[in-house]
Design a protein around this ligand. Structure first.
Ligand code: PLP
Length: 376
């Protein structure tokens, strides 16, 4: 740091230079985040300095958090859930499994997740010292319930189902997992980090949330399809005693308890999550999902015209394409300024169709993809 500070204008100019090096979402088909809704930005600014780590000082922000959690729960089948606004899917998953582990009695705990689980579960294995067992997928890339069942033993403290898998946008058979969880009396966590703001608004209904009796907790991220500012995740528990498993005594604050992983945490994102959900309403999200699914359908129709097939018919706004030489296609598309992604097994081209993608950009993307695929 310099001894004498620089003028505000100079610093802002420097920032603009750095900002210009960032990628605009415009040509990004690899991310699960998007432009935040303007009302989320306004709300975030209003509550920027509030600290929910010391909620007694910021009662307004604290009340907003309760409201935001109740709205998330209401969308997912139980407005009476307990929880808090996290920094994203990773924190929610860590904390859900931590609660499950703490509420169970085992010296050697394990959890059973699907092979398609997000890499946050690898962090969980390391951080929480639980054995993360991975169950195989069926031919549609959903976890196979028989494989989950085969991995369960007396030390299994949680099952995890994914509602909206990161790579395929697929929904695990959560009803079957819920039945298993009820029968075996095991905690069931549903990771709907991406799917929470998509699945309720699809034409086809899916069982995936607290309406199923076995679902104990859910991850639901406002900063993905919820159009909130980053970092905003949602962690929801059906049974308040599970939240209590995360309790830490805070001796010198205005409150005597924290449940969050982080200590100091801005109420900005909480206000943003509240504001955007109030403003959008279910109807707003329904329209957003309708748009993304229309674009997804258009993409699939068009690639089929030039001989490229998706690995599965998209369930949500994630498309995985068999383009042959995936690495080459991805490189060539990157040279044309497009950001795409991959699936690991099998290796294929992964595209996420977020609200920031305009119809015009999609057509340009498809023209370039057709050229690249035909040149192979
Ligand atoms: N879970 C799922 C299903 C995800 O798709 C992601 C991220 O894409 C996460 C968890 C992790 O979320 P975050 O990056 O917000 O921590």
């Amino acid at each position: 740091m310099r001894d004498k500070g620089e003028s505000e204008q100079d610093v802002l100019e420097q920032l603009s230079v750095y900002r210009a090096r960032d990628t605009s979402y415009d040509r990004v088909l690899s991310a699960m985040c998007t432009h935040p809704h303007p009302i989320a930005v306004r709300a975030h600014e209003m509550f920027m300095e509030t600290n929910l780590g010391d909620a007694g000082l910021f009662r307004g922000a604290h009340e907003l958090e309760h409201e935001a959690i109740a709205m998330l729960g209401g969308m997912l089948g139980d407005p009476g859930v307990s929880g808090y606004i996290t920094t994203g899917g990773t924190e929610s998953n860590i904390q859900a499994i931590r609660a499950a582990r703490n509420s169970a009695i085992s010296d050697d705990p394990n959890i059973v997740v699907s092979e398609s689980a997000h890499f946050s579960f690898d962090k969980i294995a390391d951080l929480l010292r639980v054995d993360v067992r991975k169950a195989e997928l069926d031919e549609e890339f959903r976890v196979d319930p028989a494989c989950v069942e085969a991995q369960i033993d007396d030390n299994t403290v949680a099952l995890v189902g994914i509602a909206g898998t990161t790579e395929f946008g697929q929904i695990d058979p959560i009803r079957e997992l819920s039945d298993m969880a009820v029968e075996r009396r095991i905690f069931l966590h549903v990771d709907a980090a991406f799917g929470a703001f998509v699945i309720p608004f699809l034409d086809k209904p899916y069982d995936f949330d607290f309406r199923l009796p076995g679902v104990s907790s859910m991850t639901a991220d406002p900063h993905k399809m919820g159009l909130c500012t980053i970092p905003a995740g949602g962690l929801l528990f059906r049974d308040p005693s599970h939240l209590q498993e995360l309790r830490t005594h805070t001796p010198y604050l205005t409150i005597d308890t924290q449940y969050s992983l982080s200590g100091t945490r801005s109420g900005g994102v909480t206000a943003a999550a509240y504001a955007v959900m109030r403003h959008m309403g279910l109807e707003g999200y329904r329209n957003t999902v309708k748009y993304c699914m229309k674009m997804t359908g258009r993409l699939v129709d068009r690639v089929r015209e030039f001989g490229v097939e998706p690995l599965i018919d998209p369930v949500m706004n994630v498309v995985v394409l068999d383009v042959g030489d995936t690495a080459k296609v991805r490189t060539k598309m990157a040279q044309k300024g497009w950001y795409t992604s991959i699936t690991r097994s099998p290796l294929a081209l992964r595209l996420v169709i977020m609200p920031h993608l305009s119809e015009k950009r999609l057509e340009e993307f498809l023209d370039d993809l057709e050229l690249v695929c035909r040149e192979l």
